[in-house]
Design a protein around this ligand. Structure first.
Ligand SMILES: Cc1cc2nc3c(=O)[nH]c(=O)nc-3n(C[C@H](O)[C@H](O)[C@H](O)COP(=O)(O)OP(=O)(O)OC[C@H]3O[C@@H](n4cnc5c(N)ncnc54)[C@H](O)[C@@H]3O)c2cc1C
Ligand code: FES
Length: 499
């Protein structure tokens, strides 16, 4: 049986619907973005007695990365504490650990106090290594995390995994849940407590504390930008500090149920966790990590299916999807004041595929800043931080990569004419002497666009697996008709080719 492709296993749960904004309005706080981060910010502000909260969402709430996550709630973000300890002041490393440990506990508290039915299961989280060299690294991680007061230990065995490991670092007292059950219920709670949520209302510009939408202005005493990639990225040059990386996930029926959650210590390795989906136990297998718009010739979905078959021969793939998240030059989220817009505008982004605890930590931090002007332990996340040791190399590589993408794209020679495209194919082709991007649907209809990103004019690449136009510079994505699927771009592509 063919699996559900491009939809995550969580999306059977659909969020409540909300109206679009009509006309101007005022608010105590305006939150841009109705993903987990925006909703949690609203919740924490409510808990601190901020009233008149407005959430603006460009499409449907919870239709972004939150709907396609793995949903592990953990302060174990790959191997990072040994690095943080080495590269940052120990105080900063301990702020990062403390904020994420507190976020794990806060999830448990909200689930309990609000009685949210979201399959919340306390469990341990592991990063494993399959080589002796990797085992040394996970051991060093266990020691570093221990020094930062995390309940971490080294183990030589992970019996639940379908292969032997050389070692693993275990964080005890973590959790997993159904992210959409949690977040949809949270949206209902916010609505019932007076938060105004507007869908199909994109923020298109910011003028100090006034957010401009196509329906009117929303003036907020405070403005919180939780739009995944900040829609205001030009001011502050955030496009030079953030990249987007994609990974692939499969939900397997008929695989064993795992108590723990697991992740390979290598960058593009495997991830494992069990989940309850529509009353059935499933195993979520994750794999791969690449910059959006890169690796367009790699058949990621087929590779993940082969891996699933090899590890769990009796299982079948029921859902297969991919998603992307923002990552900063130093791997630490950017959470705090957006100084380029004054003192009452705030930002949360760059969760590096750890935005469950990342969003929760950001919500605490930003709500503290809004209410009291201060946030204890927020220095490590500050958008103004200057830990150049961790940032410089990556910043240089990203700038060089963006320049190379520009050159490569503008010099790319069309593979042929529009007429040569077969049904289901797409790419850069020639039409009336000009280079266009085109895709022929399975029914033979042709969709042509100008293959230049509307964010900062980077040439786009055809993604044959998902039939999308992906930007290799900062990760915007567009469908075959040029509609935006993922920001920072917010304008559609120009149409080209035969009507
Ligand atoms: C493959 C994968 C696996 C992951 N697994 C985990 C995990 O196991 N544990 C973990 O902690 N994290 C994980 N993450 C990370 C986590 O899912 C994300 O960091 C988190 O969901 C981001 O939430 P968000 O609210 O910032 O973004 P989103 O959920 O993308 O929400 C942003 C919202 O803002 C809206 N928006 C954008 N622009 C505008 C605008 N101009 N105006 C109005 N609205 C706008 C969008 O439409 C969207 O709804 C994973 C990520 C990926 C990619
Ligand atoms: S996303 Fe920035 S140029 Fe395309």
């Amino acid at each position: 049986m063919e699996e559900n492709r491009f939809q995550s296993c969580w999306q059977a749960v659909t969020p409540p619907e909300f109206p679009a904004l009509k006309g101007d309005c005022n608010a105590g706080a305006v939150i841009v973005g109705g993903g987990l981060c925006g909703l949690l910010c609203a919740y924490e502000l409510l808990c601190k007695n901020v009233r008149d909260i407005v959430i603006l969402e460009a499409g449907r709430i919870l239709s972004g990365t939150t709907a396609k996550t793995t949903g592990k709630i953990t302060s174990q973000h790959g191997l990072m504490y040994a690095e943080l300890e080495k590269n940052l002041h120990v105080r900063a490393a301990s702020q990062y650990a403390g904020a994420n440990e507190a976020a794990v506990s806060r999830f448990a508290q909200i689930v309990r106090e609000e009685n949210i039915d979201c399959d919340f299961v306390p469990c341990d989280s592991y990063v494993y290594a399959c080589t002796p060299e990797g085992a040394q690294r996970v051991k060093a991680e266990a020691e570093a995390a221990g020094r930062l007061s995390i309940d971490a230990s080294f183990t030589e065995q992970c019996e639940e995994l379908p292969f032997p490991v050389s070692g693993a670092v275990r964080f005890s007292g973590q959790a997993r849940f159904h992210p959409m059950k949690f977040a949809c219920r949270l949206a209902e709670i916010l609505r019932d407590r007076g938060v105004k949520i507007f869908e199909h209302t994109a923020a298109v510009a910011l003028d100090d504390n006034r957010v401009l939408t196509r329906a009117g202005y929303v003036y907020g005493k405070s403005v919180l930008i939780c739009s995944h990639y900040p829609f205001t990225n030009l001011r502050g040059l955030y496009f030079a500090r953030i990249v987007q990386n994609r990974s692939y996930l499969a939900a397997l029926r008929g695989a064993p149920r795992l108590d723990g959650m697991y992740l390979d210590c290598e960058q593009a390795g495997l991830s494992f966790r069990s989940a309850r989906i529509s009353g059935e136990n499933m195993l979520l297998l994750g794999w791969g990590a690449h910059k959006t718009g890169h690796e367009t010739d790699v058949p990621h979905y087929e590779k993940l299916k082969q891996e699933a078959k090899k590890l769990y021969p009796d299982s079948s793939v029921t859902f297969l999807w991919s998603a992307q998240d923002c990552e900063t030059n130093d791997g630490i989220p950017l959470v705090g004041r957006y100084r380029q817009f004054g003192d009452r505008v705030y930002l949360a982004t760059g969760f590096r595929k750890w935005g469950m605890t990342g969003s929760m930590a950001a919500a605490k931090l930003l709500s503290d800043l809004v209410v009291s002007g201060k946030s204890e332990g927020g220095g490590v996340f500050s958008p103004r931080r200057q830990n150049f040791g961790m940032q410089a190399g990556k910043l240089f590589r990203e700038t060089a990569d963006t320049a190379a993408n520009f050159l490569h794209g503008y010099m790319e020679i069309p593979k042929g004419g529009v007429a040569e495209l077969k049904n289901g194919q797409g790419g850069i082709v020639e039409f009336e002497g000009a280079k266009i991007g085109a895709c022929r649907s399975e029914d033979g209809s042709l969709h042509g666009i100008r293959p230049v990103c509307t964010h900062m004019r980077c040439p786009l690449r055809w993604n044959p697996e998902e039939k999308t136009w992906d930007c290799p510079c900062h990760g915007s994505r567009f469908d075959v008709n040029g509609n935006v699927l993922q920001n920072p771009a917010f304008l559609p592509l120009e149409k080209r080719g035969p009507d």
